[in-house]
Write a protein that binds this ligand. Structure first.
Ligand code: GAR
Length: 202
């Protein structure tokens, strides 16, 4: 199976659904989990016997040193794919140079709307009636890489940030599991701007 390192910063519910899916016939395995802070994702990894490592920005003299340390820590697990599942740091140039084209991110909005770390409150504040989930390849910009999959989520009149985010995450978990399986099996063809997962011909 394809070797996946998952990066996370938060409650790790997306990580948890990937861990649960990545067994049996699933074409990928989570070989390590990396975090940039103490967070629940570490406990999810440990309870599944998956090694976890922490590379915290504040423990390094600058962003470049952190970027090099994170790259080395991920590289040690020889991943085929990196999945950013709620990782709240922008990946650096060293990381992109080493793993570019093999990094997949999930974002809780329909990109290019509402990029960045506050996608759900931003969508609510704007007053959109539909938002959703985007799974995309990571490039050197912030949430600008080629889209692999998207799915809409309707905003309800009485939604607050937590109710809306929870409905989006329900979609994200499924979309991410499906996209990772498809990429692990069939790869990605990208011309830089656009990316497609070749269709399943069986
Ligand atoms: C997910 O909604 C993910 O898309 C988002 O963080 C959440 C993580 O949930 N990521 C971003 O906003 C990245 N800009 P989890 O910790 O429950 O897996």
């Amino acid at each position: 199976p394809v070797r996946v390192v998952v990066l996370a910063s938060g409650t790790g519910s997306l990580l948890q659904s990937l861990i649960a899916a990545a067994v049996g016939d699933y074409p990928a395995r989570i070989v390590a989990v990396g975090v940039d802070r103490d967070c629940a994702a570490v406990a999810h990894a440990e309870s599944a016997d998956i090694p976890a490592f922490r590379v915290a920005l504040r423990e390094y003299p600058d962003r470049d040193a952190w970027d090099r340390a994170l790259t080395a820590a991920v590289d040690a697990h020889q991943p085929d794919l990196i999945v950013s599942a709620g990782f709240m740091k922008i990946l650096g140039p060293e990381f992109m140079g080493r793993f570019g084209g093999r990094i997949i991110n999930t974002h809780p909005a329909l990109l290019p709307s509402f990029p960045g770390a506050h996608a759900v409150p931003d969508a609510l504040a704007y007053g959109v009636k539909v938002t959703g989930s985007t799974v995309h390849l990571v490039d050197s910009g912030v949430d600008t890489g080629p889209v692999l999959a998207q799915e809409p989520v309707v905003v309800l009149e009485d939604d607050d940030e937590s109710s809306l985010h929870e409905r989006i995450k329900t979609v994200e978990r499924r979309l991410l599991v499906d996209v990772i399986a498809a990429v692990a099996t069939r790869g990605v063809v990208s011309d830089g701007r656009k990316a497609v997962i070749p269709s399943d011909r069986t």
